[in-house]
Each structure stands twice: as structure tokens, then as C-alpha cells.
Design a protein around this ligand. Structure first.
Ligand SMILES: *Cc1c(COP(=O)(O)O)cnc(C)c1O
Length: 486
């Protein structure tokens, strides 16, 4: 056994050193290479310049000693793909480095089968029985302006089904409101920013300081910003959630999530292993037992897209700014919600946090540059029906409950992402029925503006020619299928 643990020690030291070297590189270099090295490719992967995809469920061992050491977590192993997998390892490695970029912090990451699984994985270890106070009802404090799935997970799966109270923060910029909800049974603070779709924002540093004053962690869903624009760990957050499905894996080939944590998180839960390295703890224990792991195929798809995250977020943010400016001046638009617009009430606060990473090292910019992402929403001056008419008239923008795509995508949250939570819940989350959420892709922004302008023309009584072909290029058409179904 000693032979294996010694060899493992040397291998771990090598990888640690390599990670350290990588962490000295600029963001784009890390995004492109991650923790997959030339040495590793040559020695173990036939020189392949792209990370290998290992589809196998399990790893074989040389002998009983190696197996025992591996299953006892005494040597690095991926033993069984519910726990770990080499391809997942590369995804986790790059995300840990990117979220920690510029912080000087040591970070770790666990990839999950979805963003929702990441949220569940991140919050559940704190929602455990308090042995000192058995029978006490526990709670957590979280903003209401969160993704619809998160709202459901918190309100139904936690609050309603398990009596774990969700103490709701309505105005996230009000630190006193956050503080007023905290007591001895509060397990964590949770916020999403910028929020999907409402663009809520809060002062991360202040909320993190507040959490730490009470000995609890701050968990932040940073999906909309991505590490290219914001790295909450740098501002004091303990744990970050990414729905990797979205802008990180922009091609739209699969669902994926990630939990990224700093070392030595703050928590009143008496679990030293959990606090020392939260993401690794999740990987080796709770997620091994619960099984929300990612598939290697989805991991490599995500890896491929992550390489270009910085340049994409730059281009998409610039285009979104242009589109937002156009809509802001349009007579049929009641209001545009985009943090980049100077008239947005949270513009100033967001501008202190949202920067294009490394813009100060960029030939083109040479100084810190604010970028606000590619998610925005706008409210039609009119009712739900008029909103649907405009929505139906898009010809370039796809109608889908999705975001972060390389192609522009729009949805009406009230009838899609946020439909399950009902009128009351939507009011809390700030989702009126005349709101359209738009996520701008990498098309030329003028074409997206033209599409919006034409669609808004329906409110002037202009006809928009939207026809479905009898047959699609691929053969079967939806018109045909509809007919067959009748
Ligand atoms: C989509 C989304 C999630 C959930 O992620 P999935 O990968 O769809 O499970 C969580 N948070 C935010 C902000 C999201 O946009």
C-alpha cells in the first residue's frame, strides 16, 4: 500500500505545482488550457491536444492494495464515475481556477448534473440537524429575486415539504433587511446576482461581511455574470453556484452545473472536513451518496465552450448594451431592465463589481472596463396579450426558455421559467406578465435590433410575415406533425 500512497503523493505534488503555475497565467490562458497539460497529454493521452473523454463507469486497479487505497481516498482515484471521472476533473479544474482568478485564494470545484443540482448540493450540507438544539426549526435567508427553479426548490422542496424556513429578502440592497432575518438557527445567506431575469444586485462585500459576523456562509449564484465579469469569491463569498448550462457552455449541447468554494468557509456547523474544503467534501461524501454527478460528455462540451468565455462575454455585453439603448428609446417599451443602462437604479452598484476580466491587460482597452452581460429584460407598454403578439413576431430571435446561448433567445418568464410559482410568487420575484427576457447572442446587434423593431411594429397594426414552411430542410415539418396529430 505504501508504494501507492508514496506515488500518489508525488503525483499530487506535481499537479499542485502545475495548478499553481497555471494560476499565474492570464484568464484567457487558464480558460483555454485549464489544468490539462502537455506533459499529461504526452504521457497518458497519446498526445491528444484536447482533453480526453472517458465514458467508462469505473476504473480498474492493479491489485487489492491499490483498490483499498483508492476506495479509502488515500490516493487520487476516480474509482466510479458517480464520484469522479477524468473528464469531469478537467472541467472542475478550470472552473476552480477561473472563479478564483485574481483573488489569491485556493479554490476547488465540483461539477454537477445541472445548475439546480449544484444549488441543492451547495445548500443541503448546511441544512442538517442541530445536535445542540434538536427539534429547533432551521432557516436560511435568501433573496426572492432568484431563478424560477431556485424559487421552487426553496419554497416547495425546502420550506413547504421539509419545514426549513426560507426567510425572504425583498430589497437585497438593504443590509438591515438581510440582518433582521438572521438568528441562531440561520444556516446561510443566499443571493443571485445579477438575478435572472430581474437584474437584482446587491453589495456582495457587505452581505459577505454580514454573514461572517454571524458565523455563516454566503452562497452566490453567479450564473448570469460568469467568471469573465464577476468572481464573488474575490469579494468575500464562500461558495459560488454556476449553471454551466448557460453562458459558460453557450453552444447548448447539455445541462451542467458547478459548485466552487474557497478553502476554510465560514459555518457554525461542526464539521471540520466540510469547512476546510467544501467542494471536495461534497464530491467525496454527500454527492457520492446522493449521486447528482455530471456526464463526461457534457463535461467536455462545457470545457470546449469555456475557452472563449471572456471574448464572448465582451462581445455579447457590448451588443446587449446597444440593443438595450435602442429599446430604452422605443415608444412601445415601458421600461428596460439592464444594469448597463445609466438610468437603472442599480447601475452604480453593479458598476463597482461587473468588469470584463483582464480588460486592463487588453490592447484594445488598457484599463478596467465595465461589462454587464447579455441578459436583459424589457416591459411592453401594454398587456399580456400585446406582449405575446410582439413575442410571436420575432423571426431572428428564438422563442425558448433558455439563456446564455450563442444565438439570441427570448422568453416570457411569466408563462415559462416563472410560471409554477403563481401570481403571488411572481410579484415577489418582480415578474409582470408584460416582461420579455432577452439574451443577446453573437449575431450582429443591428440584425437583432431590426428583428425587435419589426416585431414591435405589430403594435402599430403592421403585419409581420411569419410563415412556417410545409416541409423543413430536414424533411418532417412541425406543420405536418401538427396535422398528423389532429
Ligand atoms: C438556469 C439557471 C439555474 C439552473 O440551472 P440548470 O442548469 O438549468 O439546472 C440556476 N440559476 C440561474 C441563475 C439560472 O439561470
Amino acid at each position: 500500500m505504501e508504494h501507492y500512497t508514496n506515488a500518489a503523493g508525488r503525483a499530487l505534488a506535481w499537479h499542485r505545482e502545475y495548478r499553481n503555475q497555471m494560476s499565474q497565467c492570464r484568464f484567457d490562458t487558464i480558460a483555454t488550457h485549464g489544468v490539462y497539460s502537455i506533459q499529461e497529454a504526452l504521457d497518458f493521452n497519446q498526445g491528444s491536444i484536447i482533453e480526453p473523454v472517458y465514458m467508462a463507469t469505473s476504473q480498474a486497479y492493479r491489485d487489492a492494495d491499490e483498490m483499498e487505497a483508492a476506495l479509502g481516498y488515500q490516493i487520487p482515484t476516480w474509482c466510479y464515475a458517480r464520484i469522479a471521472n477524468p473528464t469531469m476533473y478537467y472541467l472542475e479544474g478550470v472552473l476552480a481556477l477561473l472563479e478564483g482568478y485574481g483573488s489569491g485564494l485556493e479554490t476547488s470545484c465540483i461539477a454537477t448534473s445541472s445548475g439546480m443540482a449544484a444549488i441543492q448540493s451547495a445548500v443541503d450540507p448546511f441544512l442538517v440537524a442541530d445536535r445542540a438544539n434538536p427539534g429547533k426549526k432551521m432557516n436560511f435567508v435568501a433573496s426572492t429575486q432568484v431563478y424560477g427553479g431556485t424559487f421552487q426548490q426553496f419554497s416547495i422542496r425546502k420550506d413547504k415539504e421539509r419545514l426549513i424556513e426560507w426567510r425572504k429578502v425583498i430589497n437585497t440592497t438593504d443590509i438591515k433587511e438581510w440582518e433582521s432575518h438572521i438568528d441562531v438557527e440561520t444556516r446561510f445567506l443566499y443571493g443571485e446576482l445579477p438575478s435572472n431575469p430581474g437584474q437584482a444586485f446587491f453589495d456582495i462585500r457587505k452581505v459577505a461581511d454580514l454573514a461572517h459576523k454571524y458565523g455563516i456562509p454566503l452562497i452566490v449564484d453567479s450564473t448570469v455574470a460568469t467568471p469573465a465579469l464577476l468572481r464573488p469569491l474575490c469579494h468575500g463569498a464562500d461558495i459560488v453556484i454556476q449553471s454551466v448550462t448557460k453562458s459558460l457552455a453557450t453552444s447548448g449541447f447539455g445541462i451542467a452545473g458547478a459548485v466552487i468554494s474557497r478553502k476554510n468557509i465560514v459555518s457554525r456547523i461542526d464539521n471540520p472536513e466540510m469547512k476546510a474544503d467544501f467542494a471536495t467534501y461534497l464530491k467525496l461524501l454527500p454527492n457520492r451518496d446522493n449521486g447528482p454527478n455530471l456526464s463526461p460528455m457534457n463535461a467536455v462540451m462545457a470545457l470546449n465552450d469555456i475557452r472563449t468565455i471572456r471574448m464572448r462575454m465582451d462581445t455579447m455585453s457590448k451588443s446587449t448594451m446597444k440593443v438595450a439603448g435602442f429599446l430604452n428609446d422605443h415608444k412601445h417599451i415601458e421600461r428596460v431592465e439592464y444594469l448597463g443602462l445609466k438610468n437603472h437604479p442599480l447601475h452604480e452598484l453593479a458598476s463597482r463589481y461587473l468588469f470584463l476580466v483582464d480588460s486592463e491587460h487588453d490592447e484594445q482597452y488598457g484599463k478596467p472596463v465595465n461589462r454587464y452581460g447579455h441578459l436583459m429584460s424589457f416591459l411592453i407598454r401594454g398587456d399580456a396579450k400585446m406582449t405575446r403578439e410582439v413575442f410571436n413576431a420575432f423571426t431572428r430571435i428564438w422563442r425558448a426558455t433558455d439563456l446564455g446561448r450563442i444565438k439570441s433567445v427570448a422568453t416570457i418568464p411569466a408563462i415559462s421559467t416563472h410560471s409554477q410559482q403563481g401570481e403571488e410568487g411572481r410579484k415577489l420575484a418582480g415578474i409582470p406578465s408584460n416582461l420579455i427576457r432577452l439574451c443577446v447572442g453573437v449575431e450582429h446587434p443591428d440584425d437583432i435590433i431590426r428583428d425587435l423593431d419589426t416585431a414591435l411594429g405589430v403594435l402599430d397594426g403592421k403585419k409581420v410575415y411569419v410563415s412556417a414552411p410545409e416541409f423543413s430542410a430536414g424533411g418532417a415539418s412541425s406543420a405536418r406533425l401538427r396535422k398528423d396529430c389532429q
